[in-house]
Design a protein around this ligand. Structure first.
Ligand code: 2BA
Length: 107
């Protein structure tokens, strides 16, 4: 038995969790905060059999792949006027740990 700990962006977490539950994985979603950016992200806990780990990781990859998006950033021109400049940012991606589980009980 393994425990997959997957840290994904908040925007992707619902899609990832739905993709996993659709394939009969059990998932717990935790609201977490990245230590570097101090921004909210989501940590998913997925307990599963060893042989199902690659399938779970593939589902996580499918729904959280890093991609470029254009965000509009508003900047002041110094005289009280603001202009909006699109900025390219990378969003998504996942950090995944796979841990060995010594014992699993449902009581
Ligand atoms: P990622 O490496 O994709 O990490 C995204 C989030 O995953 C992290 O959010 C953190 O919550 C978690 N995470 C990643 N690696 C981890 C690990 N080894 N152990 C536990 N949790 C882990 P943040 O900490 O807010 O980091 C956001 C992004 O900032 C990171 O993206 C990375 O590109 C950058 N970053 C993080 N720490 C950095 C540092 N010390 N110096 C420079 N850049 C850093």
């Amino acid at each position: 038995m393994k425990m997959i700990v997957a840290i994904v962006s908040r925007d992707d977490s619902l899609k990832v969790a739905r993709g996993l539950t659709k394939e009969n994985f059990s998932v717990t979603r935790l609201a977490t905060t990245g230590g570097f950016l101090m921004a909210g992200n989501t940590t998913l806990l997925i307990g599963t059999d060893d042989e199902k780990v690659p399938a779970a990781i593939e589902i996580i990859r499918t729904h959280s792949q890093a991609r470029k998006e254009m965000l509009s950033s508003t900047v002041s021109n110094g005289v009280g006027m603001f202009s909006s400049t699109p900025v390219e940012v990378i969003v998504g991606g996942a950090t995944v740990f796979v841990l060995n589980i010594e014992q699993f009980e449902k009581l």
